[in-house]
Ligand binder design. Structure first.
Ligand code: FAD
Ligand code: NAP
Length: 558
């Protein structure tokens, strides 16, 4: 089998299906896997045709390079010569050609904003656009220098960068005692909870990202003095006040909290947060572009820092246990100086440097078992992440992950996801369609609904696997069905080894029409689907054909 990662460019239709782990994959030629691409980028070959020079590219110049054998593409203001990458792109060359000689940013963001193209294409970098297509976004950063004077107190409202949400603009303040520094964020949002605040203290800087619906309020400060590693976060849910308590290392009075860092005190759409990070990366490049004798090693170092817009911290692997013959539970411990709780149905990104190139893949944290009680989130939930990961022998990322030893560290991003608990709040019937590791988002969801949603009458899981041996947590699922009468599980096997374990089959309309019947007429229903992209797409289509509305179907995707 070929070894192909998610495409650096979104594919569409059949090609997208093919590249995403489905049955029909884009047949790349032998020697054209991601690993082969990485090798080529390390070979020292001049992939841009510019002998390492970086240039300013006008729109007219970009448009000239629009052929398969001479193809330049602009992403976030940076221009890449993707001609040598054509044969290695899992979505196929046609997909890349959709952005040939033009700005491919939107096309790229549609599907795989998180794919680290900067790292994958760093040796294809031609330079930057002479005209900045993202000027409006970049300008939001320009408010920052003024703030430098003001960090000893609460900032005035007009410092906030997004004007459309003025009334709900958060603000912050800080105070101190001999031993402690307390930073207070007034989010002005009722119903705040600890999943909505992500705090990191790394290398002397404090970063607090408060997620307020689709907006992010970021506090990002290089602290004046050293503080101890452990931090405490208190949230006053009703008034939306967040307190971060830091312990001073030296008990001296602080005259100011610190110096503002990139995007400090910004209140913007979560999706734009990534663009801000990327545009700052672009500005960094832009300043180097003017130096035509730009040093290639320096360029490599810059890219290694990673600018895909995700924020990472290093987590320690503390245990690795077998779930099935090819799937393992990885238990990661968050740093003491991080507060991160991943909401139900959301995923994080893991990042590894493989052969000198940053590779990023999404994974969905699970609970430690199907018996966890969600009423009281355990201490473990806020200090650890548990990931159930299938190891593919020829998989680029997981085969490397499998080599991690207890005590090793791996970079873990903030969480993302579109699932909202409000989707299940007053639910009566919940149907779950999972294939293979598509089971992972269902774990926390099952635990959550069975302990928190009083209106729930039925929860049914249809779990698709190849063989009996592939069924994840089969025993736990059967135990749960015995313990809770509302829950039912059906196993569907596409390649059963022996008779009698479950139904043989594949996802189909007839299978679903029986399974997703409402427990009573007009009951409030949600159907969640997760698995290989073609599986999910087929499931959604069958459900639509069966008359379920968009709001009644949720698919887990990146
Ligand atoms: P890849 O290199 O991508 O290959 C995977 C397999 O497909 C290999 O066997 C490879 O040989 C084969 N293959 C790939 N392309 C081709 C091709 N063109 N032709 C033939 N064969 C091909 N996974 C989990 O295990 N647990 C999770 O919790 C989880 N959560 C996820 C959450 C989201 C939102 C998404 C989108 C995915 C999630 N995944 C999860 C999948 C995960 O992100 C990776 O895709 C997976 O781990 C495989 O990565 P890899 O680099 O090891 O394999
Ligand atoms: P797998 O073992 O290859 O397959 C599991 C089941 O799904 C099998 O019964 C299989 O039937 C069926 N299936 C596979 N491809 C299909 C297709 N194209 N159409 C219909 N049925 C299909 O699965 P896996 O290796 O664990 O892969 C799990 C997938 O889930 C990965 O692609 C992963 O990226 C995805 N995932 C997504 C999320 C998310 O988006 N949140 C989370 C976790 C996992 P056949 O034998 O007929 O192939």
């Amino acid at each position: 089998m070929l070894n192909v990662p998610a495409p650096a460019f979104p594919a569409s239709g059949s090609q997208q299906r093919a590249a995403a782990g489905g049955r029909s994959k884009v047949p790349l030629k032998p020697g054209r896997s991601l690993m082969d691409w990485i090798r080529l980028t390390k070979s020292g070959k001049d992939l841009t045709g510019l002998k390492g020079r970086l240039i300013e590219v006008t729109e007219e110049e970009l448009a000239k390079h629009s052929k398969k054998d001479d193809c330049w593409i602009c992403i976030r203001g940076l221009v890449y010569n993707v001609t040598p990458y054509m044969e290695y792109h899992p979505g196929g060359d046609d997909e890349l050609m959709r952005a040939a000689g033009a700005d491919g940013t939107d096309l790229f963001d549609q599907v795989h904003r998180w794919v680290n193209y900067e790292s994958m294409l760093k040796e294809c970098l031609v330079g930057r656009m002479a005209l900045k297509p993202l000027a409006a976004t970049t300008e939001t950063c320009c408010a920052l220098p003024e703030e430098k004077k003001l960090l000893n107190g609460m900032l005035p409202k007009n410092k906030v960068l997004d004007t459309s949400s003025k009334d709900l603009t958060p603000s912050y303040d800080w105070f101190q005692t001999d031993y402690l520094v307390t930073v207070v964020i007034y989010t002005k949002q009722k119903g705040m909870n600890s999943e909505m605040v992500i705090v990191d203290h790394q290398d002397g800087s404090l970063r607090v990202d408060s997620i307020l619906r689709d907006y992010s309020y970021l506090l990002h400060i290089e602290l004046s003095y050293a503080v101890q590693e452990d931090i405490t976060v208190h949230i006053a849910e009703k008034v939306g006040k967040v307190e971060i308590v830091l312990k001073k290392k030296d008990n001296i009075p602080w005259s100011k909290l610190g110096q503002p860092l990139n995007s400090h005190n910004s209140f913007i759409k979560c999706t734009d947060r990534a663009l801000l990070v990327c545009s700052s990366a672009r500005d960094h490049i832009a300043s180097n572009v003017s130096i035509l004798s730009y040093n290639l090693n320096e360029r490599s170092c810059f890219w290694m820092q990673g600018y895909s817009g995700l924020y990472y911290r290093k987590c320690k692997l503390i245990s690795k246990t077998e779930v099935t013959h090819d799937t393992k539970l990885f238990c990661l411990m968050l740093p003491q100086s991080t507060h991160l709780q991943v909401p139900v149905g959301h995923h994080v990104y893991l990042k590894q440097i493989i052969a000198g190139t940053e590779i990023v893949k999404p994974y969905t944290p699970v609970s430690c078992s199907l018996k966890s009680d969600f009423k009281e989130p355990s201490h473990h939930d806020s200090t650890h992440l548990i990931l159930m990961i299938k190891i593919y022998p020829s998989g680029l990322f997981t085969s490397e992950l499998d080599h991690l030893q207890i005590g090793d560290y791996i970079s873990v991003s903030n969480s993302e996801g579109s699932f909202k608990k409000s989707q299940v709040q007053t639910l009566e019937d919940l149907f779950l369609l999972a294939a293979g590791t598509g089971f992972t988002p269902m774990v926390k969801l099952l635990n959550y609904v069975l302990t928190n949603v009083c209106s729930l009458r039925t929860v049914k899981l249809m779990f698709f696997n190849k063989t009996e041996d592939d069924i994840l947590w089969r025993n736990q699922l059967e135990q749960l069905a015995l313990k809770d009468k509302r829950f039912e599980v059906q196993f569907i096997l596409s390649e059963p080894k022996k008779e009698g374990t479950g139904k043989q089959g594949k996802i189909s309309s007839s299978l679903l029409s029986e399974f997703v019947k409402r427990s009573k007429k007009d009951s409030k229903v949600l159907i969640c689907v997760c698995g290989p992209v073609p599986f999910t797409e087929q499931g959604i289509q069958f459900l639509q054909d069966l008359g379920y509305s968009k709001e009644e179907v949720h698919s887990f995707t990146a």
